[in-house]
Design a protein around this ligand. Structure first.
Ligand SMILES: Nc1nc2c(ncn2[C@@H]2O[C@H](COP(=O)(O)OP(=O)(O)O)[C@@H](O)[C@H]2O)c(=O)[nH]1
Ligand SMILES: [Mg+2]
Length: 368
């Protein structure tokens, strides 16, 4: 039974009414989008397609001085075996890049034997010395303990952990100076218990070199600001104290400064690259500019009195010191760390990747 009351519209009249409604809705959508605050997409166009760049005829042929770098504990053997097995299957069985395993303790024979059996590439195991993993003389350890308790009361992850702070300081200022890394120019940082979802059939290190890339990432995220309350002011103080460094830096419009700067540079907007995945140039961190920067931060004490992470430290430094086109977004390297996955969403990756594109966290959720 049809409901033919007088208000109903039929035939052409009804079509006209519907199309008027559609136009009106369209106008409202366009007006709403235009009135949204303008968002700068700082990280756009950083995933230069690999094929167009590596077939351009500028591929170098000399051997690459590059390695995987792995800071890990003996207790994480199972987790790091899982990661290395995936790295081998997805990438390194073709390229045979060496591994450098570092630890603040001696690796056990069992650890060395089980890891070595996973690869035919060279594997080096090293211990991190006291000066790279310990309290510098200028740190007041009583004050550090008090500050840890303050942060713990706020429920911040790793708030009361001393080892986490040593780890973050080591990753910020020392890993690239460990003697086992002297033989290399580029590194790929890997961690236990992560997943690598995609086949990578080109040499990522050669890509970095041939395209003058210095820093590669695939997830960008926000930091807990309670862990870095005075970091930004310390960065600004460093800039004031070291004009000879600032004079060398690219202009903010040519760098990724605005990826990390908030309030016209007055504050940190909390964006950073997740450093648990990093493919980068060791020279970036070995440069005089970065070493001065790290030493200044280290003296300020925030690695211990707060809980400065290597991710905001690396990200702010790279954003300040590199040109935008020296960054590379490794869109094609599907990756999971904890609950967050980067999974390339373009159909061309479906045959290469086992991850579900619907799980993609996206580099751009909040930090563009
Ligand atoms: N040798 C050693 N490695 C550590 C220590 N703490 C963390 N790591 C390593 O440092 C990396 C980052 O630590 P993780 O616990 O994953 O921190 P998260 O990713 O920030 O949650 C991982 O590769 C860990 O295996 C430590 O006390 N000793
Ligand atoms: Mg981790």
């Amino acid at each position: 039974m049809s409901n033919n009351n007088g208000a109903a519209l039929h035939g052409p009249k009804r079509m006209k009414w519907i199309s008027t409604l559609c136009v009106l809705l369209g106008l409202i959508v366009v007006w709403t989008l235009m009135s949204l605050p303008h968002v700068d997409h700082h990280l756009d166009n950083l995933d230069t397609p690999i094929a167009t760049t590596t077939t351009a005829g500028n591929t170098s042929s000399e051997p690459m001085r590059a390695c995987f770098v792995v800071l890990v504990r003996n207790s994480e053997l199972q987790g790091i075996k899982n990661t290395v097995a995936q790295i081998e299957a997805r990438f390194n069985k073709r390229f045979q890049y060496p591994y450098v395993f570092l630890n603040d303790d001696y690796f056990t024979d069992d650890f060395i034997q089980q890891i070595s059996s996973l690869t035919t590439a060279q594997v080096n195991f090293g211990k991190v010395g006291q000066h790279m993993w310990g309290y510098p003389s200028y740190i007041n350890q009583t004050h550090a303990a008090t500050q840890r308790a303050v942060l713990a009361a706020q429920g911040i992850p790793y708030a009361d952990s001393e080892s986490y702070r040593h780890m973050c300081r080591f990753q910020s200022g020392f890993f690239f100076r460990h003697p086992l890394l002297d033989a290399y120019d580029y590194y790929w940082r890997i961690e236990p218990d992560v997943d690598y979802h995609c086949d990578i059939d080109y040499d990522v290190f050669r890509y970095m070199k041939d395209n003058n890339k210095k820093y590669g990432f695939n997830i960008a995220f926000r930091e807990y600001m309670a862990t870095v309350p005075s970091l930004w002011q310390t960065v600004l103080d460093f800039q004031k104290a070291h004009p000879e460094v600032v004079n060398q830096l690219p202009q903010p419009k040519d760098s990724l400064w605005n990826f990390v700067a908030g309030d016209d540079g007055q504050s940190y907007n909390s964006c950073h690259f997740w450093t648990n995945f990093e493919i980068a140039s060791l020279d970036l961190w070995r440069s005089n500019e970065y070493l001065k920067f790290f030493n200044y931060l280290d003296r300020a004490g925030g690695f211990f009195y707060e809980r400065w992470g290597d991710a905001p430290v690396h990200s702010i430094a790279a954003a300040m010191m590199l040109k935008k086109d020296e960054f590379h977004f490794f869109n094609d390297i599907g990756y999971r760390h904890t609950a967050y996955t980067h999974c390339p969403t373009e159909p061309i990756y479906r045959d290469k990747c086992s991850c579900n594109p619907n799980d993609n966290f996206g580099k751009l959720i909040e930090c563009q």
